[in-house]
Design a protein around this ligand. Sequence first.
Ligand code: NAD
Length: 452
Amino acid sequence: MKLAIIGTGYVGLVTGTCLADSGNDVTCVDIDQAKIERLEQGDIPIYEPGLSELVVRNAAAGRLKFTTNTADAVRNARLVFIAVGTPMHEGGSATDAEKKGSADLKFVWKAAENFAPHLQPNAIVVTKSTVPPGTNAKLFALLQKLTGRTVDVASNPEFLKEGAAINDFQYRGRVVIGGRTKDAEEVISELYEPFLRTDKPLLVMTPESAELTKYVANALLSTKISFINEMANLCEKIGGDINDVRRGIGHDRRIGFAFLFPGVGYGGSCFPKDVRALAHLARHVGLDPLLLDSVDEVNSRQKHVLAHKIQEHFNGHLAGKHFALWGLAFKPKTDDVREAPALTLIDYLLERGSKIAVHDPEAMENVKAQYGDRIVYANSPLDALEGADALAINTEWGEFRNPDFVEMKQRMRSPVIFDGRNLYDAEHIRDHGFTYYSIGRTPVKPTDAPKP
Ligand code: NAD
């Protein structure tokens, strides 16, 4: 099948590549010329495990093309996927103030204006971007106005997660289609057939329900994270251990373990904006989204959890102190730093005159683009520790899990760790001579060790 993907970011590139890999003829479009030029040379602008090989292989086979020319991409496409960003509305101007927090659809409307004149008569437009309920209907009306005819519009929200996006796309748990016509349902079902061989469900519903499903999924996952973080903070106050509590509840099959790891709060391009957009939508229809507002507020506070521990440990004397930061990406196996908790900590420390050396296996370039030479970019986790007064861990990359504590201690000026991901066993690390703060557990100091 001939497909056009409008927007070649994390979702568009993965979608286009996986659909090319299942034998379709895919053209990915983007307005970012530099991005398209890199892709044409087989240089992948984002880090996503397994993506590079798949792009190169399918491009070489002629099934995957990249262009900035929307007309060329769309002209013969049976399906046109919209995968542009839908960021949070900033509500910048006075007339826009009430839109703050909602999903800003300006890229969706602009994309539609660009491709509408080039749609072939039986093309189906499919929104893969996360868009609020009602967008499908607005897009249907807009395309009718722009083309002077009826254009079929379906919703097909995407549930992949960065860091495991290829696997999530190819071995997906379900496909959700919000269709208006039998034709759209059948064509999109046919497209996904290779990915649903293991009897995974294809769920057909109204466009409004499909659009809402994506927000509800992200809001529920965010709720679990904020919930366990609030419980972790409670554990610290009463001397409990959140890891024990987590295990104590997780074995209950009604609860389970997924998304119940305490930490420094959720980040990324989806959860923060989607929770706020859903709350905005609820308010817009006259509801009071108490739970969603709290999930967001708990998360905003949790992103400061390490900063507050650091502040307290150093009695507020942070000017001139050296901090090593391990992990910048909002989660492991991605280079995405959008809304990453590490950035909250960097801002906090810089504002107080601290010096910062950071290491992340993949996200350094993206952070450098924002902070330039205001911080030091270390080549390895150990290099970041040179002369540090403390280490703060923000992302649970695999390579941070079993470090050489002896060498770490030698490199640091003072052996203090603020672990935002509970990577280590507290007693073990105390026995190596570290003072260790984690999330939802009692801090330990070398002097706490039992006397021999
Ligand atoms: P992104 O910012 O990485 O990519 C969006 C791309 O669209 C950019 O490359 C941009 O240049 C391009 N673009 C903007 N306007 C365009 C136009 N008119 N024509 C062509 N290209 C255009 O965004 P993303 O992370 O891929 O997210 C895209 C959508 O998918 C969002 O709605 C997001 O909420 C949703 N989503 C994201 C994820 C994720 O993990 N990133 C998962 C599921 C759903």
